[in-house]
Design a protein around this ligand. Structure first.
Ligand code: NAD
Ligand code: MG
Length: 399
């Protein structure tokens, strides 16, 4: 419940119709009066957006596709819901930066989320960051924007949220001063953890999206199967916590109970644990610095075994490719991300085999090494070039 006299937080949820968006609205609904929804955004799912408008009464709903926006206008008029419908990418930026808004949940998938998320950072909002691709593509630029505007950044990705919780509250990126030796990202290992290289090569989209512990959107599910998700998270951790690559460790923990850890100079390792449910990090960030109910079932540890093993970069080369891109610097991470997005989309369409994902990323990184990354234009150009190189490569890899 909302403490009396407290002003509600005014939220825009970018990517409201997705998995993170739905979980965000679930937590919001548990706290009547504590949050107010200014805007919800989606790409194409009109019926889900109508339902969300009925429940949450936003002032604005944005649909990416004009046809979806038109359909939503009709449906909202029928339902007599007074919501303004906007469309297109500029509308995403408008609702992420509107002066009425204090908090932005950034939960669009992919580099498509970058412009609005970066704009929210420049506008000094509290940003709840699920859209890891924004940090992968534009890490330095995004962190600079946060520092310049005084925006507040709270990680939603469960690993980074865990690390945030396990770091000292006043952590400012100085590992030495805080006595931090390393950040340990846990990885579930995904659905192919125990499969042979041959079986992984022959894996279908249906197998790839069947994650053992987490229910997620399709793109991040495929990323989890290839371990590219962990690779993207390594890059995300580098920027969020000002970590050097060698200070970021990855350990496979198939039960997904330990969400990540911080190792200190005195040998202490502080972990954050919980039932694998994204509503925990979402509620942590929504309520911060207060702890609020997330609707998550209590962690049942009795009789459970927690195991840890090293990641296998031979069967899962995407993890190493992410470390390589981080070492290369410049626009390499933007190239890695774009090549991955293209390859995952082709794989989900059934057009290329699973191992074409890593192969096309490696090829694209080689082809586009050494690009600059000093402006948003540089990064968008690297993204565009990488999409075209990866697309051409994948034409030759069709199943
Ligand atoms: P999802 O596919 O379920 O939802 C994506 C959302 O983005 C939808 O609302 C969709 O309408 C919108 N969208 C897609 N393409 C768009 C475009 N071109 N323009 C505007 N909107 C667009 O994905 P998700 O699982 O909710 O993941 C969202 C983000 O959060 C991703 O960056 C993912 O890596 C990150 N994340 C997700 C989880 C999880 O458990 N699902 C965990 C950690 C991080
Ligand atoms: Mg994660």
């Amino acid at each position: 419940m909302k403490p009396s006299g407290m002003k509600p937080r005014v939220l825009t949820v970018l990517g409201a119709t997705g998995t993170i968006g739905v979980n965000t609205l679930d937590v919001v609904a548990r706290h009547p009066g504590r949050f107010e929804i200014f805007a919800l955004t989606g790409a194409t799912q009109v019926e889900r957006m109508v339902e969300q408008c009925r429940t949450h009464r936003p002032r604005i709903a944005v649909m990416n596709e004009p046809a979806a926006a038109a359909a939503l206008r009709l449906r909202l008029a029928e339902a007599k819901l007074p919501v303004t419908v906007l469309e297109g990418e500029s509308a995403l930026t408008d609702v992420a930066t509107a002066p009425e808004v204090d908090t932005v949940m950034a939960a669009i998938v992919g580099a498509a989320g970058l412009p609005a998320t970066l704009a929210a950072a420049q506008a000094g909002k509290r940003i709840l960051l699920a859209n890891k691709e924004t940090l992968v593509v534009s890490g330095q630029l995004f962190m600079d924007a946060i520092a310049t505007s005084g925006a507040e950044l709270l990680p939603i990705d469960s690993e980074h949220n865990a690390i945030f919780q396990a770091l000292p509250r006043d952590f400012d990126g100085d590992f030495k001063r805080a006595g931090v030796r390393a950040l340990w990202l846990t990885a579930s290992g995904g659905p192919f953890r125990t499969l042979s290289a041959e079986a992984i090569a022959a894996a279908t989209p249906a197998q790839a999206v069947a994650h053992p512990n987490w229910v997620m959107g399709k793109k991040i599910s495929v990323d989890s199967a290839s371990l590219m998700n962990k690779g993207l998270e390594v890059i995300e951790a580098r920027w969020l916590f000002n970590a050097r690559p060698e200070q970021i460790k990855v350990v496979v923990h198939p039960q997904s109970i330990v969400h990540s850890m911080v190792e200190y100079a005195d040998g202490s390792v502080i972990a954050q644990m919980g039932t694998p449910d994204m509503r925990t990090p979402i509620a942590f960030a929504l309520g911060f610095p207060e702890r609020i109910d997330a609707g998550v079932s209590a962690l049942e540890l009795m009789g459970r075994q927690l195991t840890f093993e090293a990641p296998d970069t031979a069967r899962f080369p995407c993890l190493q490719l992410a470390f390589d891109a981080l070492a290369a610097g410049g626009s390499a991470a933007a190239v890695l991300n774009a090549a991955n997005e293209v390859a995952v989309a082709r794989f989900l369409e059934g057009e290329v085999p699973f191992n074409a994902i890593a192969a096309s990323i490696a090829h694209t990184l080689d082809a586009l090494a050494g690009g600059a990354a000093s402006s948003l234009e540089d990064l968008l150009e690297a993204d565009r070039q990488a999409r075209s190189v990866a697309t051409a490569y994948l034409e030759g890899a069709r199943a």
